[in-house]
Design a protein around this ligand. Structure first.
Ligand SMILES: Cc1cc2nc3c(=O)[nH]c(=O)nc-3n(C[C@H](O)[C@H](O)[C@H](O)COP(=O)(O)O)c2cc1C
Ligand code: SF4
Ligand code: SF4
Length: 294
């Protein structure tokens, strides 16, 4: 059996789970290819994502898709990625498993969104994994990153259970389990759909990332960490925004800049108190889980 894992991991948590999964699959003799589309120009700067996917993804029987949760949703680039997947024929596996990482506040409806899109792409969803991780956004404007140092053993034990399911699957009659990824109540669905509108929040709500050209020493470090290739360097090495891809507020560039020439601008106090109020209400239990539940 062969597998492919495609993740979009802007700031490292999701690829870490992808790596654990790859190790565990290979220990079980399942040959695995792991791809992180973050920072890939030939993915983000092309209209035809499917051509990129067809060129890069090797033949497999089972496809894993990993995404962070942004504003209670499956990050929108991962939605686009699933929609761009070729049909599950000619070396593209019929079985799919989505997995998400989230910052311990609320995983929202991301896993269900991934399951539905994968089913719509013609695949059967075997299971779905959610992993409670550090909240990467809180690095930029809180004293301490929220929910960091989550135990890896818990994730590994769910991955082991997932691999048991993969190994016992009957390729001729695969049960689609996507309905089991709908673990939130109706209130959460309404909240995610009506209030937490990820794309709109990127445009209007999240603090804007601003570059101070007087401080910038043109080192280019920010460009290398931008997961969506939104930053580019001109011939004179000054930094410019690429209008073809929008900033997704991962805040990697802010943390990477050695001169603090990049900062989040906006009502940071409001953003901070919003996150703090969300943290106070955070009570996702179980934090990390494999669906359908054992
Ligand atoms: C713009 C943005 C929005 C986020 N929204 C949520 C959220 O709604 N709930 C949550 O628990 N974590 C949220 N997070 C935290 C991420 O889901 C979490 O840190 C994830 O593991 C990041 O994955 P990555 O390191 O692979 O990018 C958000 C992070 C960012 C940057
Ligand atoms: S510009 Fe900065 S904050 Fe925006 S996506 Fe790129 S690295 Fe992340
Ligand atoms: S990392 Fe900072 S100093 Fe370096 S190019 Fe980017 S903005 Fe300029």
């Amino acid at each position: 059996m062969k597998s492919a894992i495609i993740v979009f991991s802007p700031s490292g948590n999701t690829i870490q789970v992808g790596e654990l999964l790859k190790v565990a699959l290979e220990q079980n003799s399942i040959n695995t290819q792991l791809i992180n589309i973050a920072g890939k120009e030939n993915y983000f700067l092309t209209e035809d994502k499917q051509v990129f996917l067809q060129e890069i993804v090797k033949e497999h029987d089972i496809l894993f898709i990993g995404s962070p949760v942004y504003a209670h949703h499956l990050q929108y680039h991962v939605k686009d990625l699933i929609v761009s997947l070729p049909k599950p024929v000619n070396g593209w596996g019929k079985i799919a498993v989505p997995f998400i990482t989230y910052g311990g506040i609320n995983s929202g409806i991301a896993l269900d969104e991934a399951g539905k899109l994968l089913r719509k792409s013609g695949r059967k969803v075997l299971a779905g994994l959610k992993v409670s991780s550090s909240h990467r956004m809180t690095r930029a404007f809180m004293k301490e990153e929220y929910n960091k140092n989550q135990p890896e053993d818990k994730t590994i034990s769910f991955i082991e259970e997932l691999i048991k399911r993969v190994k016992s699957v009957d390729m001729n009659s695969i049960n689609d389990c996507s309905k089991h990824l709908k673990y939130q109540n109706i209130k959460m669905y309404l909240k995610a759909k009506i209030i937490f509108r990820e794309k709109v929040w990127h445009e209007k709500r999240y603090p804007k990332v601003v570059i101070d050209n007087d401080k910038c020493i043109k080192c280019g470090k920010c460009i290398n960490v931008c997961p969506v290739c939104h930053l580019k360097q001109n011939n004179d090495k000054s930094i410019e925004r690429n209008i073809n891809t929008q900033c997704i507020h991962c805040f990697n560039c802010i943390l990477k800049c050695p001169l603090k020439a990049i900062s989040p601008i906006g009502d940071l106090e409001k953003a901070k108190s919003f996150i703090e109020s969300m943290i106070k209400k955070a009570k996702e239990d179980p934090g990390t889980c494999l669906y359908p539940k054992i």
